[in-house]
Ligand binder design. Sequence first.
Ligand code: NDP
Ligand code: ZN
Length: 349
Amino acid sequence: MFEINKVGWLEKDIPEIGPLDALMRPVAVAVCSSDTHMSHGGSGPAFNVILGHEAIGEVVRVGELVKNFKPGDICVVPCCTPDWGERDLQMRDSNNAHGGGMMRSFKFLTQKDGVFAEFFSVNNADSNLVLKPDNVSIDDALMTTDMMSTGFYGAEQANIQIGDTVVVFGIGPVGLMAIAGARSLGAGKIIAIGTRPNCAELAREYGANHIVSYKEGDVVEQITAIAGGKVDSAIIAGGNASTMLQALSIVKSNGVVSNINYFDASETFTIPTFMWGLGMSDISIKGGFCPGGGYRIERLLNMISNDRVHPGKLLNYKYEGFEKIPDAFKAMDEKPRDLIKSGVYINWD
Ligand code: NDP
Ligand code: ZN
């Protein structure tokens, strides 16, 4: 990304690494809607930044204090790589994504260059990298780095109890993983909102019982009719500022509105007080960021190894070769109706 709305190849030096870090080269990368959103200025201006934050990488070199990894290892690279020395990571029940400050674990894109490069660096390699298990495919492993961690977090944050009725706004890759997460946590009925036909099909496969179109009639009325009233929680993984109000108006008292959507910096919520029980509804509004680090990813890989879920099905636009990264980016940016997620496989031999 040279500047807002201008992407292309950029020549840069190979990143320096510190004693705890690893230098990697990508063997598979995927494009996230956060990459395209950022390229259009969704987080404000940025200049000469290498995009990309979802990767499987091969270790090229490690710093002198790295104990667990060596050159040649094929690793899953979480999109969020906390600084494990930060004291606020010790906060009880805290999301490690915010150690050192809000979203500080999201190094790629915001604090250093991303993974759409011949080389990239990973901080705190021993705590952040995970060896790719042999019985987990590249596609499944790649989708743990962001989509599965984020989508599942949307479900965890919603405090889903066995038998709950849960609404998921959005059936893009993040929403699809929120659906899979909600099912894993024991949701009874899952109602998903979206229109793209192949996403709807995968939504059903991952656990949605009903699909509602936000393009055909009032979403709140449709959900109320299906649920027979209000729902226990709503996960927001798509939509716009008005989606927040829809979610608030369909969640029961004591329920949770669990947002994992990336709202545009230009958007504003104005919440009518009655919608939130004049402040007394006990409805929590939570906004969550993708948890990172190796331990988180290891647990997600454990679900894949044991055949609980296969997030690799999200990848339906696949490219071969480093030079195809701009094609994969363009696909994610232009979003043909059948696209779910684009990825690139790189063989350096
Ligand atoms: P997509 O664009 O692929 O999916 C968005 C979904 O929202 C689609 O299913 C779309 O429907 C649906 N949608 C659009 N408008 C509405 C509406 N008005 N009401 C209800 N649903 C609507 O996005 P992704 O799945 O890739 O990502 C979702 C969000 O998550 C993005 O904002 C992304 O930046 C963010 N994200 C957040 C992370 C975090 O840590 N919190 C990490 C990664 C991503 P349709 O089927 O019609 O297209
Ligand atoms: Zn992302």
